[in-house]
Ligand binder design. Structure first.
Ligand code: GTP
Ligand code: MG
Length: 483
């Protein structure tokens, strides 16, 4: 069945779109959204019939020179009828003008209509509508004003949507990576696990990490001023494991919210002489919400007052984690970060869990990395420690990271060595940022310095807008799940 646009029908009937829309609503119970909506030929015919009926009735009345019979009519019906009879349509040509919904203010509309803003204000005033210069108009208002000048507004919704999507460069980039993951499923390769140690204050996180590092970092003799870059990689039984030294619980969730979860496994450390403490619970909750496997390390078992059994009981009662040897499925390893007891077993378990996790990456191509630490160095300028998630980060790569950007000038690993390339899961300190990057933001390698600058500026603008403007719902990266 053929369809006709409201404004076309209205024109044919000598009404404006709004009147026709009201008429349809009242008389035929049909609601239409805009003058661009379509109605069926059948409906058009029904309207015509209705109007014709009215006309005939009127003629009859005239013939009999009698006053017309008082029919039950809605004010709208009378209005439409009067309009038909008394106001023959001016045969002004109807024009169409395109406008985006984001930009409707009176001055812009005036320009689009090729009219003076003041003339519109005057004309509308005569119709009882008070407008002020530059006033923001809603769609219907803009349509009504335009219709009174015989202009049909076409709203460019597609363009608007495109702009909406463009809003968040980081969202686009995250999506792009999701797509690459989808497309290159078969080409994904394993990468070393990234492990974060979490736990209550003083339960031995740093001591454990130091111990692991001292025991398992090779060739310390040469080149080696050991750098503290917030993360490091060890090798155990020919398998690499990356550890993050400075988790900070906030950081943990923030990284997750940005879409590239940096941690694959959490080691939750609980001191056997202190048991489950508030921050143990907090850490556990973060790990749980990030949906990463948790290995419990019960530490300080060398201490005389260590109570492994009590700690396990608390794991059950306070965290609802049941140790494997109690019939549950939480890998629980008693260790001493001080003496080194149990640490090998812990590392073996990390590797085992990692294998079960199938931790994968895109092994080639442009890199994407997570900033885990940043600062300014007096001599070297802004520095960011990153862990490469995908691709290969190379010296000379142009990149963005939130609203900062730059070119990789130098990369230094946790052993103080300069690297030309960093493969997935490698932690490196990067020199070459234009400014200090936000910790936990994602670094994306792009095609050129110009692109990097342009994207970073766009992000900056948006950030400034967001901090100024009213809260608007933006798509969060969290909403777009990715590996
Ligand atoms: P924060 O970073 O402050 O949260 O503490 P942390 O969890 O890093 O604890 P850290 O490694 O600094 O250890 C706290 C204290 O416990 C230090 O004095 C360590 O020497 C001691 N310690 C850590 N592990 C062990 C252990 O296995 N046995 C004994 N006896 N002491 C330990
Ligand atoms: Mg510490």
């Amino acid at each position: 069945m053929s369809k006709t646009r409201i404004y076309e029908v209205a024109k044919e009937l000598g009404m404006n779109s709004k009147e026709l829309m009201e008429f349809l609503e009242k008389e035929l119970n049909i609601s239409v959204k805009s003058h661009m909506s379509t109605i069926e030929e059948e409906t058009v015919q029904a309207i015509k019939d209705l109007i014709e009926e009215e006309r005939q009735a009127k003629k009859e009345v005239k013939k009999q020179k009698e006053p017309p019979k008082e029919k039950k009519k809605t004010p709208e019906k009378i209005k439409v009828k009067e309009k038909l009879e008394e106001e023959p349509v001016e045969e002004k040509p109807v024009r169409e003008v395109t406008i985006t919904t984001q930009e409707i203010t009176l001055d812009i509309l005036a320009k689009r209509l090729e009219l003076e803003q003041n003339d519109i204000i005057k004309d509308m005033f005569m119709k009882g509508i008070v407008l002020r210069p530059g006033q923001k108009l809603d769609k219907t208002m803009a349509e009504d004003i335009s219709m009174s000048y015989n202009v049909i507004l076409n709203f460019e919704i597609e363009k608007e949507e495109a702009e909406e999507k463009e809003e968040d460069v980081e969202v686009i980039l995250a999506k792009k990576w999701n797509d690459i993951y989808e497309k290159e499923k078969d080409k994904l390769a394993p990468r070393p696990p990234v492990v974060t140690i979490m736990g209550h204050v003083d339960h031995g996180k740093t001591t454990l990490l130091d111990k692991i590092r001292n025991t398992h970092v090779a060739d310390k003799e040469e080149g080696g001023i050991t750098q503290s870059i917030g993360a490091y990689q060890i090798e155990y039984n020919d398998q690499k494991i990356t550890f993050i030294d400075t988790p900070g619980h906030e950081a943990f969730t923030e990284m997750r919210a940005r879409g590239a979860q940096v941690t694959d496994i959490v080691v939750l450390i609980i001191a056997a002489d202190d048991g489950v403490m508030p921050q143990t619970i907090e850490a556990y909750n973060h790990a749980k919400s990030a949906n990463v496997p948790i290995i419990v390390a019960i530490n300080k078992i060398d201490k005389p007052n260590a109570n492994i059994e009590l700690t396990k009981q608390q794991m059950v009662s306070k965290l609802n984690l049941i140790p494997e040897d109690w019939g549950g499925n939480t890998i629980t390893i008693p260790i001493s970060a001080k003496t080194g007891k149990g640490i090998d077993e812990l590392l073996e378990m990390i590797i085992l869990v990692a294998e079960m996790q199938e931790i994968r990456c895109i092994p080639e191509g442009k890199a994407r990395a997570v900033i885990i630490e940043s600062r300014v160095d007096k001599a070297m300028g802004p520095l960011g420690t990153v862990i490469v998630k995908d691709g290969i980060l190379k010296v000379g790569d142009d990149f963005i990271s939130g609203s900062t950007y730059g070119r990789v000038r130098r990369m230094i690993n946790d052993r103080g060595e300069s690297l030309k390339r960093a493969v997935p899961s490698t932690p490196v300190q990067v020199l070459g940022f234009n400014d200090v990057p936000n910790t936990h933001s994602i670094m994306y390698v792009v095609d050129s310095k110009e692109e990097a600058r342009a994207l970073a500026e766009k992000i900056k603008e948006k950030e400034e807008e967001k901090s100024k403007g009213p809260a608007k719902r933006h798509m969060r990266l969290e909403d777009i799940m990715q590996k």
